[in-house]
Design a protein around this ligand. Structure first.
Ligand code: IYR
Length: 233
């Protein structure tokens, strides 16, 4: 399947109609070179919490969302909606509601164990990135879809599908030279209201996108080494 001008509509109940797939084989030396380069470039990705106010080319963000939307999904139901928010009023409303929830969380809802886990990251309830970053991508999961007659149809593996899509979004943004942050205010119900999304959609994450502020700082993190995460049998 390639991207076409044809619009997708639910394929529920349709028969299996396979088409040939014959991508050109990548020679091993070329694969090795690309893999090493990607590994090095992905190693430079950092979660950014202080953004410069400078605009970003919106077509870069749109292309990154289009990349994310190529993710595999349960029953190919593509259960995601990406809302790109630039409107300063709406971002202010999102920040206000998010900081309200975060204040309750950091004031005790998270519990001591969770706060200790977060301490090395330096996070707190103040979320300037929600208004400082030039763009926000709010990702929604579509928990179900509605047939023409209004019947609800379940989507499958929604958490997994949307998680994979967000991983691909972060990869595309980083490789396009953008900085981002996965912010998960909890609870996130307010996002459906603020962004006027339908009832079948549930907010998954808010992703500010932009360039790091000139004085941006990040925690001094160490990633697990390959031998700590890879088991070969
Ligand atoms: N949602 C809160 C708390 C938080 C939780 C985890 I797990 C993090 O990795 C980071 C933050 C916040 O955004 O501050």
């Amino acid at each position: 399947m390639t991207e076409t001008a044809e619009r997708w509509t639910p394929t529920h109940g349709e028969p299996y109609r396979p088409v040939p797939y014959r991508p050109a084989r990548t020679p091993a030396d070329e694969s090795l070179a690309r893999a090493a380069e990607l590994r090095a470039r992905m190693g430079l990705r950092r979660t950014v919490r202080q953004f410069a106010p400078d605009p970003v080319p919106l077509d870069v963000v749109r292309d990154a969302i289009a990349c994310a939307a190529t993710a595999p999904s349960g029953a190919h139901q593509q259960p995601w909606t990406f809302v790109l928010v630039q409107d300063p009023e709406i971002r202010r409303a999102i920040r206000e509601a998010a900081e309200h929830e975060e204040r309750v969380s950091y004031d005790g809802r998270l519990g001591e164990e969770w706060l200790e886990a977060l301490r090395p990251l330096g996070t707190d309830e103040i979320k300037p990135h929600l208004t400082d970053a030039p763009a926000l991508i709010v990702v929604f999961q579509q928990r179900y879809w509605l047939g023409d007659d209004g019947t609800k149809h379940k989507h499958y593996y929604v958490d997994e599908s949307v998680g994979i899509a967000v991983g691909m979004l972060l990869t595309a943004l980083h490789l396009s030279g953008m900085a981002a942050l996965v912010h998960t205010p909890s609870p996130m119900r307010f996002l459906r209201e603020v962004l006027d999304r339908p009832e079948n959609e549930k907010a998954f994450a808010v992703i500010p996108v932009g360039h790091p502020a000139p004085d941006c700082q990040v925690p001094d993190l160490v990633r697990k080494s390959l031998d700590q995460v890879l088991v070969e049998i």
